[in-house]
Write a protein that binds this ligand. Structure first.
Ligand code: UDX
Length: 481
């Protein structure tokens, strides 16, 4: 068997897409690699790094992880540019033109430093310029897609969907039409469950073209990492194995503990990886609530709501009679002239004993709190994984991207929640909250408990994700040959 070269130290350079939902799971992986004794350079955008410096003690984090360092590069956008909602797409093009040469230079300069030159790049599947840069500099590259396996597989079939005439489709026509040309998912997806880009009316749209080229570039990597676990998506994971020499499913990453890594000698350490300051006051409020009585409402880091939509949620929640903890991120309400009359904050003021509002919550702790009975989510993959690991059933209100696929998996495949896709009205919200906490609870909670159990098992010693992470660490070590 091949042995690593003892004179070269394994050193992974990790490049996430500069967004909360991408950076956070990749930072978790970085921590785990460091705890296993590897060197890691984690490359944030300047913008993300500045935010991280405000929300966590970066110096203490780094001092507890020998071999870990942050670097940051420009994302090509001015600091005041909104990096949320549809404007987040601007990052695709600015990073390609501005970050790409900077990243290449960084790889070269790290290679000249004495000590440990980079021996492997792990880059986000939406940052394919890293594949070009790593190839040019001669460093092996692994791609990390932060979506689940099913959605990743769907992205590999976008060209086929175009060839078969399934997309583009006009407006909201025939949205329940079954999509049968994606092997392994023939009976799952309808038109309305396809990723957000499939709703673009023009194939030539630059965002559609971006996703097509990014997805195809991923296959030039020597392996694929996905934050999922075998027991959850086995059939599709094995299909992805036909596109990559190796596929490492190592999720749910957030549940891995230091003790899972054999070679660790560091004290327990973990980042929360939050770009906003967490308001922990909600935990004390949750402590005072009865078991499984509270609905947690959060739409992640990118989704914005109109005032109309906020009002529908507010009415639905209040009329359900249930208590709720609602994350209203700063600047997450679209300022549409003439829409909505009463500020939501004012309405919430009047329902203080029923609802608690924060700007940003310690979400993983919230989902693990015994008072939480359900979660209204936008179905981002991190939020989905966090709720399914905690056994918390969900109501999905997906808006774009992989969220539309995730919510279908949640409601139809895993049966751990209800899908509220393409609607936002108070009566539906009220009914779904009651269904989730009362009328349909028994059936949903049975699947939720079973899936949470499988998630726990996967990261335990000997579990599928545990073993895959060990393989990944070993394979990175072998890249030093
Ligand atoms: C984005 C995309 O929208 C999503 O579809 C994709 O799967 C990943 O990238 P985001 O919208 O931020 O992510 O959603 P999500 O993937 O759920 O990640 C949000 C993260 O922020 C979660 O890890 C969650 O724990 C954290 N969070 C959210 C908090 O810590 N506090 C909050 O109040 C809200």
């Amino acid at each position: 068997m091949e042995q690593p070269n003892p004179s070269i130290f394994p050193h992974a350079v990790i490049l996430p897409m500069p967004a909360q939902g991408h950076m956070k799971p990749m930072l978790r992986l970085a921590e785990l690699l460091c705890l296993a004794g590897l060197h890691v350079t984690f490359v944030n955008s300047d913008y993300i790094q500045a935010r991280l410096l405000k929300s966590m003690d970066v110096a203490a984090f780094c001092s507890r992880l020998p071999g870990f360092r942050f670097e940051s590069l420009s994302d090509g956008l001015p600091p005041e540019h909104p990096r949320a909602g549809r404007l987040a797409n601007d990052l695709f093009f600015s990073t390609r033109s501005v970050t790409k040469p900077l990243f290449r230079e960084l790889l070269i300069s790290l290679g000249k430093e004495s000590g440990s030159p980079p021996t492997c790049v792990i880059a986000d599947g939406l940052m394919s310029f890293a594949v070009d840069a790593a190839e040019e500099v001669g460093i092996p590259i692994i791609t990390f897609r932060t979506y689940n396996a099913s959605c990743t597989w769907v992205y590999f079939h976008i060209s086929k969907l175009i060839e078969e005439g399934e997309i583009p489709f006009q407006g909201d026509k025939d949205m329940d039409r079954q999509i049968t040309c994606i092997p392994g998912l023939e009976s799952l997806l309808r038109r309305r469950d396809l990723p957000g880009i499939c709703r673009l009316e023009e194939i030539e749209n630059p965002v559609m073209q971006y996703y097509l080229s990014e997805t195809s570039a991923m296959t030039r990597a020597s392996a694929l990492i996905i934050n999922t676990f075998e027991e959850l998506e086995a059939p599709v994971i094995s299909k992805l194995g036909s596109l990559f020499p190796k596929v490492y499913t190592i999720g749910p990453l957030h549940t891995f503990l230091k003790s899972h890594i054999k070679h660790s000698s560091s004290p327990s350490v973990s980042s929360n990886g939050s770009l906003w300051q967490q308001d922990r006051s909600c935990l004390a409020w949750l402590d005072s609530q009865p078991s499984k009585s509270v609905v947690y409402v959060s739409f992640g880091s990118l989704v914005s709501l109109t005032r109309d939509q906020m009002m529908e949620f507010w009415y639905g929640l209040v009329h359900s009679g249930k208590k709720f903890l609602w994350v209203i991120r700063p600047n997450s309400i679209e300022g549409e002239e003439g829409v909505g009359q009463t500020p939501v904050e004012e309405l919430l003021e009047g329902t203080k004993e029923r609802g608690f509002m924060v700007g940003w919550a310690p979400q993983e702790e919230v989902l693990g709190h015994p008072s939480i009975g359900g979660f209204i989510t936008h179905s981002g993959w991190n939020s989905t994984l966090e709720s399914l690991s905690a056994g918390v059933p969900v109501i999905c209100w997906p808006q774009f991207s992989d969220q539309l696929v995730n919510s279908r998996c949640v409601s139809e495949l895993w049966r751990i929640g209800l899908d509220m896709k393409d609607t936002c009205d108070r009566l539906t919200i009220e009914k779904m909250v009651r269904d989730l906490l009362e009328d349909k609870r028994e059936e949903i909670i049975r699947s939720a408990n079973e899936i949470a159990r499988m998630a726990r098992e996967s990261v335990k010693e000997g579990g599928s994700s545990y073993c895959n992470l060990e393989k990944l660490i070993n394979d990175i070590r072998l890249m030093c040959l």
